[in-house]
Design a protein around this ligand. Sequence first.
Ligand code: CAA
Length: 258
Amino acid sequence: MQNKEFIKTWVEGKVGVIQLDRPKVLNAINTSMVREIVETAESFDREDDVMVIVIRGDERTFAAGADIDEMAEVDAVTMELRNQFTDWDRLAIVKKPMIAAVTGYAFGGGFELVLCCDMVFASENAQVGFPEVKLGVMPGAGGTQRLTKLVGKTKALEWLWFGDAKPASEAYDLGVINRLFAPEVLFEETMKVAHRLSEQAPISVRLIKESVNKAVDYSVYEGMQYERKNFYMLFATEDQKEGMAAFKEKRKPHFKGK
Ligand code: CAA
């Protein structure tokens, strides 16, 4: 077993396991934890002896969201400059199968991590959802996109707008969760499936994942909405005001990166 600051990792047979490990704050995901998860997933992706990656929490919970303490005081420009969500993008290009084993809560960024995975197994008493709207924000690590691809626009909007936690059984009915297990056997059953998958023809498994992911890729329209949001965000910066004022005054702009 190899422990990092916020995760534990080990390999069982041909399955690489990543366990979130901040139990005191219900595995709340801070930026360092994301970096550790991504770097470990990438290293499993490169390792010839690992065929499948399992991401799990502890017996009590998967993750209660992104770390609220870390972002409470941050402003929009700092968010843009920090650009922390690019680490999440790297998970989307991991080629080996990733399976989530969900106990307790998978909320906010925790649920986004679950939705980054290719298959989701959960204990019958787990709950999943996006409570961000109750904090005056919204999912920022792919949640609106991935949830909508899975459940469709109307169900995604209702879920996101009210921020309700749904029982795992409801998420299963919506097709978000592959299989439900009794809490005491969840990890064992998840590993059984992972071991079985790790024995399938590796290149076939890899190219099937790539092909299925292509089927749910961005359309041009969605990409344009994303672009537009960022465009609007720039009007919160001093540099936008300065750039346009300089144009009107026919002088060189002095940008400050604010
Ligand atoms: N960030 C930081 N700390 C968190 C946390 C989070 N997301 N979730 C829980 N914690 C901490 C609590 O502050 C508490 O710490 P203290 O003991 O120091 O007070 C500890 O974990 C235990 O939590 P609770 O006492 O609240 O446990 P509970 O069983 O009563 O409630 C819960 C569990 C319903 C999950 C509740 O903790 C909760 O609502 N958490 C926040 C959920 C949330 O809003 N997640 C979304 C975050 S925003 C996000 O994820 C944005 C994004 O997309 C990137």
